[in-house]
Design a protein around this ligand. Structure first.
Ligand code: ZN
Length: 431
């Protein structure tokens, strides 16, 4: 049982569209939910620009964070059933707090933002947990002075108990299970569903991480297929990626103008900090940068005298994505020359990206850093087999590596450039 001193007299039950109920019975968890830093996550969209393709995908990092907390809480109850006395309940608060706080350092449009400013949301997550000026730190420290360091080390994946780390970060963890189901629900993608309750019932805790009862092979297989489908259809959507390139180029232009002191009135104080110091921005200033700050900036920049900043802001706010075609590195120069010939500055009106540029991954055993999903054959912990050897479907997906290098350019060029038009017409359904 969790530490009884911190059990709430009255459990709080929060309605959730994915997990039905989120149950809070620990005072520290309730205090963390109510902290300024966690409440801020209501103002950060979970899917970044993907809502510009899937208009339902407007959900926040706040609800995802509550979901990850709830899944860790439920995992613990299944551990107690599946391997009685194995789980050490002193770890409850560590893993539940890590689940709730694992994304607390996420900012607006994190992925693009990090690319431009060199920041790292996982580092900010740890900073927010360890910084004595944050409410999150003060709440954790009041419970146990070592708790902030423990929770931060789970995020950093250096915590001594590997089982705790695997609950938050592994091939089949609370974070991924929550965002896959939640993103599928809000985007309306039917193929993202899988049986999370059954997966949790099959979990067996070990010193090395979570393994699964052999009876769960097909349920886990279904999760992998859902993850693959979400990856291809939602996270990797070429139009989302086209909006990311517009955003990235927009922020690059803003950075250049800030550096050259052009129209300094465009940079109000909240947003000016990150253009001034980049990744050295203080935790306090970083926490102020939510989606609303950027939306306000784009609206102001749209009226800039600078034609590039104004035009890219318009393209972002009015949802005018760059179009894209597959390309090979040897063709990059000539494609950029075509953008220039069409009257656009290639630096601000073209770009590339591929599978390595998005923060989501499909299941793969190729990367040896990823421990494969393991099953206990006949319930025997000594006799384990990896998922790919038990499922031909997963093996086939593992063999199907996706890279999809794409070159992005303004859609106007499809009217004027016959070469781009021809490649575009023949390649639209390449993934
Ligand atoms: Zn997350």
């Amino acid at each position: 049982m969790a530490n009884s001193k911190y059990i709430l007299a009255k459990e709080r039950v929060l309605r959730d569209p994915i997990l039905n109920f989120i149950r809070v019975e620990d005072q520290t968890i309730l205090d963390l939910i109510n902290s300024s830093e966690v409440q801020r996550l209501r103002r950060v969209k979970a899917l970044g620009v993907a809502n510009l393709v899937f208009h339902g995908g407007e959900h926040s990092r706040f609800q995802h964070s509550l979901g990850v907390y709830e899944i860790t809480r439920r995992m613990i109850t299944h551990f107690d059933v599946n391997r009685p006395t194995f789980w050490n309940h002193d770890e409850d608060i560590v893993v539940m707090a890590a689940g709730l706080l694992h994304d607390v350092g996420h900012g607006a449009y994190s992925h693009t933002f990090e690319h431009i400013f060199g920041t790292n949301h996982e580092q900010f997550t740890q900073d927010i947990i360890l910084n004595p000026d944050t409410q999150v730190n003060q709440i954790l420290s009041a419970r146990d002075k070592d708790l902030p360091a423990k929770v931060a080390s789970v995020i950093a994946k250096t915590y001594e108990n590997r089982l705790v780390i695997s609950m938050i970060s592994s091939q089949i963890d609370a974070d991924r299970m929550d965002y896959l189901l939640r993103d599928a629900y809000y985007t309306g993608a039917e193929y993202g569903k899988f049986d999370i309750e059954r997966i949790m019932e099959m979990m067996i805790p070990t010193d090395d991480g979570i393994i699964f009862n052999e009876a769960g092979v097909h349920t886990v297989e279904d999760y992998i297929i859902s993850r693959y489908q979400m990856y291809i259809q939602v996270y990797f959507h070429p139009v989302s990626r086209g909006m990311e390139v517009v955003l990235e180029n927009l922020l690059s232009r803003a950075q250049a103008m800030y550096n050259e002191k052009l129209e300094p009135e465009l940079f109000f104080s909240t947003i000016a900090k990150v253009f001034e110091v980049g990744k050295n921005i203080s935790t306090e200033d970083y926490l102020k940068l939510d989606d609303g700050v950027f939306t306000t900036a784009f609206s102001i920049w749209r009226d800039s005298k600078d034609p590039v900043l104004s035009d890219l802001s318009r393209r972002f706010l009015d949802r005018i994505p760059f179009k894209s075609i597959p390309y090979s590195e040897s063709k990059l120069r000539s494609l950029e020359a075509e953008v220039e010939a069409g009257g656009f500055d290639k630096f601000y009106y073209s770009g590339t990206n591929n599978a390595n540029n998005i923060p989501y991954k499909s299941y793969s055993n190729r990367n040896k850093k990823n421990k494969p999903i393991q099953f206990a054959i006949g319930g025997d912990l000594e006799n384990q087999k990896g998922l790919s050897s038990l499922s031909t479907i997963v093996k086939a997906l593992d063999d199907d590596e996706i890279t999809d290098n794409r070159f992005f350019f303004p859609k106007e060029l499809l009217e004027t450039d016959d070469n781009l038009k021809k490649i575009y017409a023949t390649s639209r359904r390449s993934i």
